[in-house]
Structures are given as structure tokens and as C-alpha cells.
Design a protein around this ligand. Structure first.
Ligand SMILES: *[C@@H]1O[C@H](CO)[C@@H](O)[C@H](O)[C@H]1NC(C)=O
Ligand SMILES: *[C@@H]1O[C@H](CO)[C@@H](O)[C@H](O)[C@H]1NC(C)=O
Ligand SMILES: *[C@@H]1O[C@H](CO)[C@@H](O)[C@H](O)[C@H]1NC(C)=O
Length: 230
């Protein structure tokens, strides 16, 4: 009985996984001839096909500098290149992966290929003014080293909207202090500069982590200065 239950659970998990990968595809870093791997953190590609994987190519230019290209590539091409690399001097490294996004850094697997370990100077955040769903924000930007990502839920013209962008760490710490003093409730009812009502503000500091519901982001918000929010 227990074995049968485990089998059914396993099947549901596999079918669920297949459904997710075939519908959503894989999320990969995307860039074209970027000088620094951190430049690849601002764009992502959603692979169309279940047959695609994430890739990272490190190409050596004639002047001996190197550039990175990243995105989605078919498994067949990945396999062909894997067997051919080394014979082409200009490609220093060409690798593919299809692991899930790293759940700590939120960086897709191809960020870690070719011995790379991208450490952005500032957080890379979704930056959008008034989207209906934070997940719809498709613009990413690198913030200042003193800043992290922020998402606001605002009540504007009778509907809920989301504002995404960069915010100073100290400002975020003040928000966290308010949240803690209100025993886990976001400080509601503040008026924003433009007269709309801010229902929730939260900050986070992993790759484009602000493309999520404010009420979820605030639960895992970190304190940067313990004098303010410790
Ligand atoms: C991240 O993944 C690891 C291993 O897969 C798991 O143990 C951990 O609970 C995950 N963390 C989060 C925040 O999901
Ligand atoms: C790439 O950029 C990061 C962050 O801006 C910097 O720390 C690193 O030194 C750069 N790497 C190279 C090889 O220029
Ligand atoms: C932390 O916040 C306090 C109070 O605002 C400030 O005086 C102090 O310089 C801050 N510490 C750091 C390390 O930024």
C-alpha cells in the first residue's frame, strides 16, 4: 500500500515536472558577446522547447580578450559541440546544462558553466512602473552597490499595481523595522509621492527577486544594519 502510494506520488511528480518543463521551458541567462559574465545577469531567455538546454560559450578574440555568449541551445547542438571543442581554438569553452535555477542566488545554471561564478557588484533587479503582476516585469537593471531590489504593491485608480526597482539598503532596513514593529504586517496606508496608496513595500537582494508578491518578499527580507532593524 505504502509502495503504491509512493509510486503514484512519484508519477504525479514526474508528470508535473514534464508539464512544467514542456510549458514553461528552462530559464537561462542570455547575453551576446558580453565582456564580463556579470553583464549576462540582466537578461534571461525562456527556452521554447523541451529539447533545449542553457549554454555558455567563452570565446577568445584575436586580441586574446574573451567574451561570453549565453542562452538556449538544442541538446543535439550541445552534444555536437561537446565532442568538437578543443579542435576549434577560438572557443575556449562551450558547455550546456539543464539544472533548475540556483535557489539561493536565483542565477540560472549557465551562469556557473565554464568555471564562472558571477558576483554582481550591485543587485540585479526588475525595474518596472505599474505592472499588473510583478512576474510580468521584463526589464532588469543592475543597481548601485548600496542598493537592493524593492517591490511595492500600490492601489492606483481602483486596481492593484506593482512597482519594481532599486532601493537604498538603509531605506529597506527602515521598512523592515516597521514590518517587525507591526508584528509581521506590512505598514499599510502610506501615500506615495504620486498620491497612490502603498499597501506593501519589501526588499530583497538576489537576482531579480523583486518579481514576486510583496507579501512573500517581505517574509524573507534581510536586515543589513542591525542598529536599524536588528
Ligand atoms: C534549496 O535547495 C536545497 C537543495 O536542493 C534545499 O535543501 C533547500 O531547502 C532549498 N532552499 C529553498 C529556500 O528553497
Ligand atoms: C566583472 O565585473 C565584476 C562586477 O562589476 C567585477 O567585480 C569583476 O572584477 C569583473 N571581472 C572582470 C574579469 O573584469
Ligand atoms: C547603521 O545605522 C546607524 C543608524 O542610522 C548608523 O549610525 C550607522 O552608521 C549604520 N551602520 C552602518 C554599518 O552602516
Amino acid at each position: 500500500m505504502a509502495g503504491r502510494h509512493a509510486l503514484v506520488t512519484g508519477l504525479v511528480a514526474i508528470v508535473g515536472l514534464f508539464y512544467l518543463t514542456s510549458v514553461n521551458g528552462l530559464s537561462c541567462l542570455f547575453c551576446d558577446r558580453a565582456v564580463n559574465i556579470t553583464d549576462c545577469l540582466t537578461q534571461k531567455a525562456a527556452c521554447k522547447d523541451v529539447d533545449e538546454q542553457c549554454f555558455l560559450d567563452k570565446t577568445i578574440l584575436p586580441d586574446l580578450t574573451s567574451v561570453f555568449s549565453a542562452g538556449c541551445r538544442s541538446k543535439q547542438v550541445c552534444a555536437l559541440i561537446a565532442s568538437a571543442v578543443g579542435k576549434r581554438d577560438s572557443v575556449a569553452c562551450a558547455q550546456c546544462c539543464d539544472d533548475p535555477v540556483n535557489n539561493k542566488t536565483l542565477i540560472p545554471c549557465n551562469g556557473y558553466l565554464c568555471n564562472q561564478n558571477p558576483q554582481p557588484a550591485g543587485a540585479t533587479c526588475g525595474v518596472c512602473d505599474r505592472v499588473s503582476d510583478p512576474k510580468d516585469c521584463s526589464v532588469d537593471q543592475e543597481c548601485q552597490p548600496t542598493e537592493v531590489c524593492k517591490v511595492n504593491t500600490i492601489f492606483s485608480g481602483g486596481v492593484l499595481k506593482y512597482e519594481l526597482g532599486c532601493e537604498k539598503k538603509t531605506e529597506c532596513d527602515v521598512l523592515l523595522r516597521e514590518y517587525k514593529s507591526l508584528h509581521g504586517k506590512p505598514a499599510t496606508g502610506r501615500r506615495a509621492d504620486h498620491g497612490d496608496l502603498v499597501l506593501c513595500s519589501a526588499c530583497c537582494d538576489t537576482l531579480s527577486c523583486n518579481k514576486d508578491q510583496c507579501s512573500e518578499v517581505i517574509k524573507i527580507q534581510k536586515c543589513h544594519n542591525s542598529t536599524i532593524c536588528g
